[in-house]
Design a protein around this ligand. Structure first.
Ligand SMILES: [Zn+2]
Length: 324
């Protein structure tokens, strides 16, 4: 039997789906992507995805070389292989995505959510290489996800929903979160949360700020203000750094990881945030861990991070093939 040396990683986001042929070292051999807007119906989506995967496989030696497929999708559950009630995708209910793809492609398929996949990617090819215990926090524009990698494996939780650090409550009667609760971490420390910090500061103080002349403050204008050394913008970032620092300290006190890896949109402001973040972590973490918490930035390219992680996930499913 020929040893299969490649997998296919698929990254499904709200706007685009990307698939790539990846070898065991994490080298991407070929890549393809398509817009999600044309596929509100999941059956049409799966047909298009299979078409693209088959083409990619054929361009790289055929399915004789492809061991399995790993998919990152929002609200998906590795244990069931399903996308479950994704709030932002147009597919409703429980979609058995892994089974649908496996039936059509004839190879093993694993499905995981973006945080789960991020942890596998960081461990296989990124900042967590060789680590047994670490935490990855993934920042999107408005959200904060995380994955707990404990004792050499991803900790999924009883129902596969572990890692919702973004929805831990950090303020009593705080900001309204999309999840229905008030005071969730992500409403303060995601990029949009930091933009809101800046809006609050503009109201609270009379300090001059270039942000006062910007009509629609967004992530880009926040970064621009920080680059110009705007005091209030930097304070908005520091405010987030203190809140995030306490959250990280709490998780480290509970889990004692080797490192916390930060990835995604937070890296746009991390240079300004890092001193306060480190200081707050050390002030609040259990004393035996003080000075020992490693905060690392993800080393993976943002456009490749998830697809590489999905590739790493593909190696986790038992091999199955109709092509033997
Ligand atoms: Zn929430």
């Amino acid at each position: 039997m020929k040893i299969k040396t490649k997998v296919i990683g698929v990254d499904i986001t709200l706007n685009y789906t990307t698939c790539a042929v990846i070898d065991i070292r994490g080298t991407i051999w070929g890549k393809d992507s398509f817009a999600m807007t044309d596929y509100p119906d999941v059956n049409n989506f799966v047909s298009m995805l299979c078409e693209r995967i088959v083409k990619l496989a054929e361009d790289h030696g055929g399915f004789e070389n492809i061991r399995s497929v790993g998919v990152s999708a929002p609200s998906s559950n590795f244990k069931t292989g399903c996308v479950e009630n994704a709030s932002n995708l147009s597919w409703k209910g429980v979609v058995p995505l892994a089974a649908m793809l496996r039936d059509r492609l004839g190879v093993a398929v694993a499905v995981g959510n973006d945080a789960h996949v991020a942890a596998l990617g960081e461990r296989a090819y990124g900042s967590a290489h060789g680590m047994e215990n670490f935490l990855v926090m993934t920042f999107t524009e408005g959200g904060v996800g995380s994955s707990l990698f404990l004792n050499g494996r991803v900790h999924l939780g009883t129902d596969g929903f572990s890692g919702e650090i973004g929805h831990t409550i950090v303020a009593e009667n705080g900001r309204q979160c999309g999840c229905g609760h008030k005071g969730c971490l992500e409403t303060y420390v995601s990029i949009l949360g930091i933009v809101q910090n800046l809006r609050d500061l503009l109201e609270e103080s009379d300090e001059p700020s270039m942000a006062r002349n910007i009509e629609n403050l967004n992530a880009q204008s926040l970064v621009l203000c920080c680059q110009q050394g705007d005091k209030l913008a930097l304070e908005a970032v520091n405010r987030a750094g203190r809140i995030l620092g306490r959250a990280v300290a709490n998780y480290c006190s509970a889990l004692n990881p080797e490192a916390v890896i930060l990835s995604g949109d937070i890296l746009k402001v991390i240079d300004w945030m890092l001193p306060v973040l480190r200081e707050t972590v050390d002030e609040n973490v259990f004393h035996n861990l003080r000075g020992r918490v490693r905060l690392l930035a993800s080393l993976l390219e943002p456009e490749e991070r998830t697809v590489l992680g999905a590739g790493a996930l593909a190696w986790e499913v038992p091999e199955y093939s109709l092509f033997k």
